[in-house]
Write a protein that binds this ligand. Structure first.
Ligand SMILES: NC(=O)c1ccc[n+]([C@@H]2O[C@H](COP(=O)([O-])OP(=O)(O)OC[C@H]3O[C@@H](n4cnc5c(N)ncnc54)[C@H](O)[C@@H]3O)[C@@H](O)[C@H]2O)c1
Length: 451
């Protein structure tokens, strides 16, 4: 058992702390948000993350998790994880003020030979900045390790306990060994590298996953105009081991607390250092376009949006989380409101105030059926299982107009249409009343003309 500290108890920090306690370590958790700390002290989870509360309760009962909103005078733990937020700044760079604040407070309180482990996603070079700050604070010899986190909200515990790999970057091999030992019971390949490379692996991984989603969304748009089915195309592509089947779901596009800020920060770093990040820029453009394409579908299906009542199912940026940061569902709600629609949002876990903070004009419903009451259109905007299991008969009874826009390709088109709904989705074959498919001859003529 090793005594460690985790600074920042959000989605990454709370999960890491709970999992390290589960692995047998003694964990001091510090967060500057006292409200969050008092929830955690009771062994409750401040966020919706499946399985987290069970681990937190167990960690607290076993006396392995200790929470505080104050930094101790001296850190007993010699390994300190930084898991604070690094949001996007105005220029698109990562804002690392919270990291700086944490290091300013942590470094002078560390014992000789301590290791600072950075789990926050930080710009390349931050590890060296942290080393310099620590050195100047006079805390003596300490080492810095970059240990980027790859967990996904919604399956964070599983991802932490069964990662595809651990990435550890440092110029101190002994410090890497110390951190690797904490994960001792976890079976995963460990990639040991230098600190800048470790920091870059995180950005490159997120940018690649975002690219995969934007790629499939572009293919979905092409499928739609040529009459192919994106679900089957993605299935067929995913069977190729070189491609893999994950992150190939066409829909509203990516959002959340990581991809948008990380892709932008990487593009910003590239531009500042003289590289033109043209692929990353296209990936972001395609993503923004997905929201607009969806609005256009609703507008066309309704013949205009002014004073239309639209039910939006989902507010979180994806299923199984309450995180609404950069949520495509809420961006869609805002866009529809701007065009004069009156929007009603329902989400199984997101608190009403989170929804109205993001879209003040939105009404918030407490169930699918109350959101859909008298609606002119129902939009599936987050892929919650509850929406996949929707009672289409009951839904048909409450809406004003039987129209579903499935922006996540979640529902079975046959079932929806046989329940009497007009159904639109993204990149699946034209429905009755949908666009007329182009003739194959026309496509060949264009291709022939170009050659
Ligand atoms: N959320 C994810 O899925 C995820 C996945 C991988 C990596 N990351 C990265 O991990 C980092 C943390 O992300 P998150 O989603 O957990 O953020 P979060 O906003 O959920 O949590 C950050 C926490 O840090 C606390 N904090 C801020 N400044 C502090 C300070 N000086 N001292 C102590 N506590 C402080 C905040 O109060 C907050 O509770 C980010 O860099 C993010 O990019 C996030």
């Amino acid at each position: 058992m090793t005594r460690i500290a985790v600074i920042g108890c959000g989605y990454v920090g709370a999960v890491s702390a709970a999992c390290f306690a589960e692995l047998g370590h003694d964990v001091d958790c510090i967060d500057t948000d006292p409200a969050r700390i008092s929830v955690l002290k009771r062994g409750e989870s401040p966020i919706h993350e499946p399985g987290l509360e069970t681990l937190l309760k167990r960690g607290v009962e076993r006396g392995r998790l200790h929470f505080s909103s104050d930094y101790p005078d001296v850190f007993e733990a010699k390994i300190v994880f930084i898991a604070v937020n690094t949001p996007e700044s105005h220029e698109g760079a990562a804002d690392i003020r919270a990291v700086r604040d944490a290091i300013t407070l942590v470094a002078p309180r560390l014992k000789y030979g301590s290791v600072i482990v950075n789990k926050s996603t930080v710009p390349i070079g931050t590890g060296e900045l942290v080393s310099g700050m620590a050195r100047r604070s006079g805390c003596g010899a300490i080492s810095v390790v970059s240990n980027p986190e790859f967990l996904r909200e919604g399956s964070a515990i599983r991802d932490f306990m069964m990662p595809d790999r651990l990435v550890l970057g440092s110029d101190d091999p002994a410090a890497i060994d110390t951190v690797a030992a904490l994960y001792g019971n976890i079976e995963a390949p460990v990639l040991r590298t230098d600190i800048r490379t470790a920091e870059m692996i995180k950005y490159a991984s997120n940018a690649f996953l975002a690219t995969k989603i934007s790629f499939i969304n572009e293919i979905a748009a092409i499928c739609e105009s040529l009459g192919a089915d994106i679900s089957e195309v993605a299935r067929g592509m995913g069977m190729d081991a070189r491609i893999g089947n994950r992150f190939l779901g066409a829909g509203l596009g990516w959002g959340g607390s990581c991809f948008p800020k990380d892709v932008r920060a990487l593009a910003h770093m590239a531009a500042v250092h003289g590289t033109h990040p043209q692929l990353l820029r296209s990936v972001m453009d395609i993503n923004a376009g997905q929201r607009l394409r969806t609005v256009q579908k609703v507008r066309e299906a309704l013949g205009g949006l002014d004073r239309r009542r639209i039910a939006i199912l989902g507010a979180s940026f994806k299923a199984d989380t309450d995180d609404t940061r950069n949520s495509p569902a809420l961006e869609l709600a805002s866009l529809l409101h701007l065009e004069g629609a009156s929007v009603v949002v329902y989400d199984p876990v997101v608190l009403a105030e989170r929804i109205t903070e993001a879209v003040p004009e939105a009404a918030v419903a407490r169930s699918v059926m109350s959101a859909a009451q008298d609606a002119d259109a129902v939009i599936v905007a987050t892929e919650w299982q509850e929406f996949a299991d929707i009672d289409l008969g009951a839904l048909g009874d409450v809406v004003a107009q039987r129209l579903i826009i499935d922006a996540r390709n979640l529902l079975d088109p046959v079932a929806v249409r046989s329940a009497g709904f007009e159904y639109h989705c993204l990149g699946r074959p034209a429905s009755e009343g949908g666009p007329v498919l182009p003739s194959v001859a026309k496509a060949f003529a264009v291709a022939g003309g170009a050659s």
